[in-house]
Design a protein around this ligand. Sequence first.
Ligand SMILES: [Zn+2]
Length: 262
Amino acid sequence: MSSRVRSAVIVLLAAVAVIVGAAHRGTPEAAQAGEAAATDVKAGARLLPGVPTSATAPVPEVNSAGTRSLTGREGNTVALTFDDGPHPDYTPAVLDILREYDVVATFCLVGPNAKQWPDLVRDIVADGHVLCNHTVNHDVHLPGRDRGRIDDELGGALDAILAAVPEATVPFYRAPGGNFAENVNDVARSLGHTPLGWSIDPGDWKQPGASRIRDDVITSMHPGAVVLFHDGGGDRSGTVAALPAIIEALRDAGYEFVVPAA
Ligand SMILES: [Zn+2]
């Protein structure tokens, strides 16, 4: 294609990405995510089929409340994260795909699920993936609760995880609904967790279908991205179905899959 046509295509796709992003910011989940997801995103190179990505290194990006939303790793890196599990159907399916492609990921577990399916927690760790505390009750209003409640939510989930994998570390905390705040982040840090947000949210929890999830992640991609997926909390078959194509597209574009800096 001519350079003029290619430029027009790039402009068009960038516009679509902006519109899709604006639509996401209108959702309750994204609204709860607030600044962590919306303001930490650097305008990085867009990943487009057939278009080389920029070699721009990501800036380790941590907001004023101490929430990390980019990988903090040099080069064209991307971190895949999976929330609300483990789940007896979708977590094994995700693990199979990650194993097939030799991709590392971060799993943000809720306490009762870790307690109910400790074998899945052990499988996650045995495959070399990294754990993240996603609280006991997934209370999206956690920043407004008293200190004792916050301690119970994070401490309880950590206990449930460590009951399954006593030797493991849990380097990250992810706020329910992305509702990060300084008071909860302080508790998270006291437990050894780095608060971990994200920079790309394909809204897979709304079950838009595998092709929408795939296209959204690929057109939004930038170096240092942290991608929010879900392997629990509902029907995640679309997420599972989208995953191989996403991994292949990113790898073809030169992306390296990483665990974020703690
Ligand atoms: Zn969640």
